[in-house]
Write a protein that binds this ligand. Structure first.
Ligand SMILES: Cc1ncc(COP(=O)(O)O)c(C=O)c1O
Length: 352
């Protein structure tokens, strides 16, 4: 006998392999994080806040939603901050779907969508991404019916990196006007593809974004939702008043005032590191999926031993299965110097 709902007891926890990761010992290419620490301006703002003797107060967010809205080029009442985009995903699924409703969650993709949909006991459909077509648009359209309440689009998708063009997100929004089209723009800064300008026109689109992947503060947990004003108001009814911690707000205020550090990092990753790794893989005939994010999903001939060799050299990457059960290694891109180091080790690891 359990005091909890039966379907919750049957679930398993979402437990990413976080143990033993150490940026001083490892090159962390396994979680798609920024591979450099935050800028001096952000660090100084955090230290100054702690020294100011205010940690005993509850957080107060002031005009942060307005500032984020300005950065995201949307209206302030179209933005709501969340405790990482994980909380945004959870809030949207909780607020929109009831037990027995249907969710279309193409896979493989980010694990939180399935986790939250299972908590709500939804009927889940999982058409598969492919390297050739990316998002399985035709299958998703074919699965839509009157019970569909949720369709997820990770854009770009994790782990595949594939991007669904804006027009096709609009196709989904029109095909399922009663469903939430959850567009996860976690890696927005790396690809600049967004539907943020369409949220007033398509009120069933809800976007989640984060300061985890580009801005260097996944540890502090700050994300935000962009959607039509009439969606933000009910979502605020679900979120708690103190769910986001004050240090995350302090860090992002400083980062938004010093965008250079973020922009130059994104440029280095996308204009230098990514082409460098792609050229290397092409020259060796090693397959990878086309990616709009700060990572590549690479299919080595022997992924298990390649991962072991990388790990022995202190480089952590993330094994992920595709829809046909083939194992790929998802490799985060960092600075050019870090990518050169990766290539030097790979050169030994792939043995070609
Ligand atoms: C597609 C996608 N969405 C969301 C997240 C989680 O972001 P956050 O740290 O804001 O919860 C990740 C992290 O890996 C991700 O890959």
């Amino acid at each position: 006998m359990s005091i909890f709902k039966e379907h919750i007891n049957r679930m398993s926890a979402y437990k990413p392999p976080l143990d033993g990761r150490d940026p001083k010992q490892h090159l962390l290419l396994d979680f798609n994080e920024r591979t450099l620490p935050v800028s001096a301006a952000v660090e100084e703002a955090l230290v100054a806040y702690i020294r100011d003797g205010r940690l005993q107060m509850y957080p107060a967010y002031g005009d942060i939603a307005e500032q984020i809205a300005r950065y995201a080029r949307v209206e302030a009442d179209q933005v709501m901050i969340t405790n990482g985009s994980d909380q945004g995903i959870d809030l949207v699924i909780r607020a929109s779907s009831r037990e027995g409703d249907e969710a279309i969650i193409p896979g493989p993709s980010f694990a939180m969508y399935l986790q939250c949909a299972k908590v709500e006991n939804l009927v889940i459909h999982q058409p598969q991404y492919t390297r050739e077509k990316g998002y399985p648009l035709q299958e998703v359209l074919g699965l839509i019916n009157e019970k569909t309440r949720l369709i997820t689009v990770a854009n770009p998708n994790n782990p595949s990196g594939t991007i669904l063009p804006r027009e096709e997100i609009v196709t989904l929004a029109k095909a399922a006007p009663e469903a939430v089209i959850l567009v996860d723009e976690c890696y927005f800064e790396y690809c600049s593809v967004t539907v943020a300008d369409l949220v007033a026109q398509y009120p069933n689109i809800v976007i989640t974004r984060t300061f985890s992947k580009t801005w260097g503060i996944p540890s502090l947990r700050l994300g935000y939702i962009i959607s039509a004003r009439e969606n933000i108001l009910p979502l605020l009814n679900v979120r708690g008043p103190y769910d986001i911690n004050q240090l995350a707000i302090v860090a992002i205020r400083a980062a938004l005032a010093n965008l250079d550090g973020v922009e130059s990092y994104v440029d280095e990753v996308m204009q230098q590191s990514k082409p460098r790794l792609e050229t290397y893989l092409d020259s060796k005939g090693i397959e990878y999926w086309p990616s709009g994010g700060n990572f590549l999903w690479v299919f080595f001939a022997d992924p298990v031993s390649t991962e072991a060799r990388l790990q022995a050299a202190g480089i952590l990457v993330r094994p992920k299965l595709d829809g046909e059960g083939r194992l790929g290694l998802r490799i985060t891109l960092g600075t050019l110097e870090q990518t050169e180091h990766l290539l030097a080790v790979l050169e030994g690891a792939v043995g070609v």
